[in-house]
Design a protein around this ligand. Structure first.
Ligand code: 2PG
Ligand code: MG
Length: 423
């Protein structure tokens, strides 16, 4: 089947900010559309999304954050190269790489390249009469990932109500995705109830649908979530465990890690000790970005002393980038990677990063961004790639639930197995 049309346009994300949509039409009359997400606590080594800030295209009412340059790149530079081609994700990605060979896709904009790449994946899957999940796997039984779900938000997603970015839960004892999600919803509701009873503001929902409750310390926030788990009648640790996204780059000044809520500063060595104590005193099984994006030494030092079972995950550290992943493998700085397609800019090279991680025994967690949209391709990628884990934010907001609902749909309608990478 051939490509008849490639079209880019500007839409809004879940924060009301402009983002890129791209559609690819085929000779059978079908059209396949993808919209790209956008981060707030972005790492400096991520692929570069192109915004109009400072250009003559900048739209006044979007405070310059419009994406008309990226859209124009799709319509004027990318589309003419693809029209009349047979639909194939790999050939579309190859052409995008030839057009913009920079690793960060700064010329075309990673928001332009990823939108087209995703639309190509959807169109190619359609051409093969498959869902996107089935397109990526030949296995009969689909592997449904373990969810990692946000309960409390702080940092850049919640006006810094907590120094760290997220306290999440992982329902390790659940027997199915459906059961896992029902536990999560109950725990989130309980957290909202307990927060309200303690006089906290609970109707302020953070960017990813989590509760933006202020806490004096990370320990108190962890204890609050632990209490919420117990109050719904689930066992902490064996049934539901904690995960943190520290997002430490956000409060590292190049020299020290600075907590505003407790007014404490830590040298790198002190922060390694702090994170070591925190993860051994709380029921934490996964810790993301405990150190800043270029503080490799702390990552390495911590990984040496961390229990083997603890998932030590790089987000800003690795930015879904093959070179940085290889550096982490060589220096033993982490044992898990967050996989975000828009940190990379192309579907096929994102998958290559995931494959390299898996080949080196890294856990892989496919992740949404804080700025999302109603698309559910992320759920299909996590399943089709047998990622093992998925992180989407909380269970509030249709941009989040679009992904959870797609996983519920797959579990209800297809031959599936629910994965537990923590067994
Ligand atoms: C993260 C993500 C999602 P953002 O840090 O893992 O929680 O946030 O998209 O803002 O980078
Ligand atoms: Mg993160």
């Amino acid at each position: 089947m051939k490509i008849t049309k490639v079209f880019g346009y500007q839409v809004l994300d879940s924060r009301g900010r402009p983002t890129v949509a791209a559609s690819i039409s085929l000779t059978d009359g079908s059209t396949h559309t993808a919209r790209v997400p956008s981060g707030a606590s972005t790492g400096s080594h991520e692929a570069k999304e192109l915004r109009d800030t400072g250009s003559k295209h900048a739209e006044k009412f979007f405070a310059g954050a419009s994406v008309q340059l990226a859209v124009a790149n799709i319509n004027e530079k990318i589309a003419p190269l693809l029209i009349e081609d047979q639909i194939s994700l790999s050939s579309v990605d190859n052409k995008l790489s030839e057009l913009d060979p920079s690793i960060d896709h700064a010329q075309l904009g990673a928001n332009a390249t990823l939108a087209v790449s995703l639309a190509a994946a959807l169109a190619d899957a359609h051409g093969q009469n498959k869902s996107l999940a089935r397109y990526f796997t030949a296995e009969k039984q689909l592997l449904i990932p373990m969810p990692m779900v946000n309960i409390l938000s702080g940092g850049a997603h919640a006006n810094r109500t907590m120094d760290i970015q997220d306290i999440l839960i992982i329902p390790v004892g659940a027997k199915s995705f459906t059961q896992a999600l029902s536990w999560i919803v109950a725990i989130r509701e309980m957290a909202a109830k307990l927060g309200k009873e303690s006089g906290a503001v609970t109707n302020l929902i953070a960017d990813e649908g989590g509760l933006a409750i202020a806490f004096d310390s990370v320990e108190k926030a962890c204890e609050f979530v632990t209490k919420s788990i117990e109050k719904v009648g689930l066992k902490v640790g064996t049934e539901v465990a904690l995960a943190l996204d520290v997002a430490a780059t956000q409060f590292f000044d190049g020299n020290k890690y600075n907590f505003a809520t407790t007014n404490k500063s830590y040298t790198s060595a002190e922060f390694v000790k702090y994170i070591g104590d925190l993860t051994s005193n709380q029921p934490i099984i996964s810790i993301e970005d405990p150190f800043a994006e270029d503080d490799w030494q702390s990552w390495q030092n911590f990984s040496e002393i961390a229990p083997k079972k603890l998932q030590v995950m790089g987000d800003d550290l690795l930015t879904t980038n093959l070179d940085r992943l290889n550096q982490a493998i060589a220096s033993k700085s982490a044992n898990a990677i967050l996989i975000k397609a828009n940190q990379n800019g192309l579907v096929t090279s994102t998958l290559n990063v995931l494959k390299q991680a898996r080949a080196n025994n890294f856990n892989t967690v496919v992740s949404a961004r804080s700025g999302e949209n109603e698309d559910s391709w992320l759920a299909d990628l996590a399943v089709g790639w047998s990622a093992g884990q998925i992180k989407v934010g909380s269970t509030h907001g249709s941009e989040r639930n679009a992904k959870w609902n797609r996983l519920l749909e797959l579990e209800a309608t297809e031959e599936c197995r629910f994965l537990n990478p923590f067994n």
